[in-house]
Design a protein around this ligand. Structure first.
Ligand SMILES: [Zn+2]
Length: 242
């Protein structure tokens, strides 16, 4: 699981400028420029935080379209971005995805440093720790969109479909995915694996929406959106799972 939580301050540069002893050696002009730059960062951060769920979803899907078409712009990946985010993070979306090494979120959505808050486990299954990470992003970072991203040929789902022994902690993954596989076996025309992949995404979306007291409350109030999606390993395209 990856869920790096940086310190949050809207005024990192301002607080440093007023409290740092070495800063007094700077000229007033330099201080004013530093303050102005800090304010610019504050404005930028506020703009990111105010992004609605719909805007965030469009941002992700537009980025995926660029990736698929070979027109990725690879934003926010330079040293200037490091300077922008050193004082705090303001991601516009939470991505709950599979740990599968073929699906790196920042690449397939054409995003950069500080853009998406990522939680990855095999089969993108979630537990209390993952839910706590999502809650942190929603409550403390102001993120309005949570996307659950499954994918074709998911090894974790396939292992659950195939059955057999699940040694060590792998059994926990199988246990989490089993309801989706059981539902898929009694349904539909597609293969059990294909069905189970989508059902597993839907189950996790519902798990997040129903997680009290924080996330269920945010969903009920319409303050955050939770969507399911699926990644195609061949094309690189992401489509929403209803
Ligand atoms: Zn997978």
């Amino acid at each position: 699981m990856t869920a790096c939580m940086g310190s949050q301050s809207f005024y990192p540069s301002l607080s440093q400028a007023s409290g740092g002893g070495s800063i007094v050696k700077f000229s007033n002009c330099v201080c004013m420029v530093a303050a102005a730059l800090a304010m610019m960062l504050v404005v930028a951060a506020s703009e990111e935080i105010s992004m609605t769920a719909d805007q965030a979803l469009k941002n992700l899907m537009d980025g995926n379209a660029r990736f698929v078409s070979g027109q990725a712009i690879r934003p926010n990946q330079g040293s200037d971005r490091l300077a922008e985010v050193v004082g705090g993070q303001h991601p516009f979306a939470v991505l709950v995805g599979c740990s599968d090494s073929r699906i790196p979120p920042e690449i397939i959505f054409d995003q950069g440093i500080g853009d998406i808050f990522v939680i990855r486990t095999a089969g993108q299954v979630i537990d209390d720790v993952a839910l706590g990470s999502i809650e942190y992003a929603v409550e403390h970072l102001g993120v309005k969109l949570v996307m659950v991203l499954g994918h074709d040929s998911c090894g974790a789902v396939k292992a659950t479909v195939d059955g057999g022994e699940a040694p060590g902690h792998i059994g926990s993954l199988v246990k989490s995915i089993s309801p989706a596989v059981e539902a898929a076996r009694s349904d539909g025309n597609l293969s059990v694996l294909d069905q189970a992949i989508d059902i597993n995404v839907r189950n996790i979306v519902e798990q997040i929406k129903g997680s009290g007291p924080i996330l269920s409350h945010e969903v009920a109030d319409g303050k955050i959106g939770v969507v399911g999606a699926r990644y195609n390993l061949s094309s690189g395209a992401v489509h929403l799972v209803d």
